[in-house]
Design a protein around this ligand. Structure first.
Ligand SMILES: NC(=O)c1ccc[n+]([C@@H]2O[C@H](COP(=O)([O-])OP(=O)(O)OC[C@H]3O[C@@H](n4cnc5c(N)ncnc54)[C@H](O)[C@@H]3O)[C@@H](O)[C@H]2O)c1
Ligand SMILES: [Zn+2]
Ligand SMILES: [Zn+2]
Length: 366
């Protein structure tokens, strides 16, 4: 089966034939229909992510159809449409038992983060050498083998080349609003960075009933999309322009909740500075390794909260079906998030487009 493999940081992906084993006990093999390309893939490509283990199949925003099941798989059957979840928790630790599976740090999860099965093996190889699927997903490929816990069944009515976005961008963005910040109806929100994830923060805020949704981006095209998806105020900034000034000009005193969805620590400070006393800033963007945050301590003193989030606090088994339901009822748009579709052979163009920044999600369709 063909997959997009990263052999060397900063170098183009190589689309090549890998050996893909049959699923073992508790695992399923999924024939992938489509995969989004997220900025977290780009962070791995450039060696800026702690989850990289080369060689690695990138991609973690995929959907497809179960084509084989290992022994003991009870919840999935061949032919089931599934979304591949962002993480594969252990299911047994205190965090998993409390339903905070994104916080799981059990050995199973730590292996999963680096593309390994619980026993440290992989199902993918090239010339006998193991190849790691990114966060256990590795969706920029024709197929992937995951543990049953990482494949979430979805209704037949949702096109797989849209549903894939629920693997990361939609669950993270909407989850940051509903699970992490618990945005209240009638409240005010600012979203700094309206790309593949930030546009879903905008949609989540609209679903939560926020009265003001201030969308901030450097790219006018992103702001047009944000407007279509529910933003009430559009702010175009230059890359070095303080977003907080523009947000405070629109919502004097500050917003209730501000989200940073780019991955730049200085914008996390801008998000915090955009909140009112008692407000909350949520860091959704993934900061580079070793990056430091700096802001005036008195900002926090005024009852403000600053929180981070992995995957928008989503519990895939709970949240992905909910997102499908919202989509089927016309309340959550997936189609507008897709700017272009490319075949796997042109996967490097998807990364080029992401780097350039003008487009929202590119889908790679094997
Ligand atoms: N917390 C998580 O679990 C999680 C999950 C997915 C992605 N991420 C991270 O979220 C971030 C966003 O990912 P994405 O896939 O949406 O990326 P993206 O490239 O699609 O979106 C980023 C957006 O930020 C805009 N931007 C860039 N500089 C800006 C600035 N100075 N001011 C305002 N806007 C600016 C870009 O124009 C773009 O629209 C990345 O850091 C990614 O790694 C985190
Ligand atoms: Zn992602
Ligand atoms: Zn656990």
């Amino acid at each position: 089966m063909r997959a997009a493999v990263l052999h060397e940081f900063g170098k183009p992906l190589v689309v090549e034939d890998l050996h893909c084993e049959d699923p073992r006990a508790g695992e399923v093999r999924v024939r992938l229909a489509a995969s989004g390309v997220c900025r977290s893939d780009l962070h791995v490509l450039h060696g800026r992510s702690p989850v990289a283990r080369l060689p690695m199949v990138l991609g973690h925003e995929g959907a497809g159809v179960v084509e084989a099941v290992g022994s003991g798989v009870a919840g999935l059957r061949v032919g089931d449409p599934v979304v591949i979840a962002l993480y594969g928790p252990c299911g047994a630790c205190a965090d998993c038992r409390a339903g905070r599976i994104e916080r799981c740090m059990g050995e199973t999860r730590r292996n999963n983060m680096f593309g390994l099965m619980p026993d440290g093996s992989t199902r993918l190889s090239l010339g006998g050498r193991p190849v790691h699927p990114m966060v256990g997903a590795g969706t920029l490929a024709e197929a992937t083998v995951v543990r049953e816990a990482q494949a979430i069944a979805i209704p037949h009515g949702v096109p797989l080349d849209l549903a894939c976005l629920a693997g990361c961008g939609v669950t993270t963005g909407v989850g940051a609003v509903l699970n992490v910040a618990r945005v209240a109806a009638g409240s005010s929100v600012a979203v700094i960075g309206c790309g593949g994830v930030g546009l879903n923060v905008v949609q989540g805020a609209r679903i939560a009933g926020a009265a003001r949704i201030v969308a901030v981006d450097t790219q006018p095209g992103k702001l047009d999309l944000a407007s279509d998806l529910g933003a009430t105020d559009l702010v175009r900034v230059a890359a070095d322009e303080p977003a907080s000034r523009a947000i405070l000009a629109r919502v004097p005193g500050g917003v209730d909740t501000a989200f940073e969805v780019v991955g730049h620590p200085e914008l996390v400070r801008e998000a915090l500075l955009s909140t009112r006393p008692g407000g909350m800033a949520v860091m959704v963007g993934a900061p580079p390794d070793g990056a430091q945050l700096a802001f005036e301590a008195r900002q926090l003193f005024w009852d403000r909260a600053l929180v981070g989030t992995v995957g928008g606090g989503n519990v895939p088994q709970r949240d992905i079906p909910r997102l499908m339901e919202l989509h089927l009822r016309g309340r959550l748009d997936f189609a507008k998030l897709v700017s272009q579709r490319l075949p796997l052979a042109r996967v490097n163009e998807a990364f080029g487009a992401l780097e350039q920044g003008e487009l929202a999600r590119t889908l790679v369709v094997p």
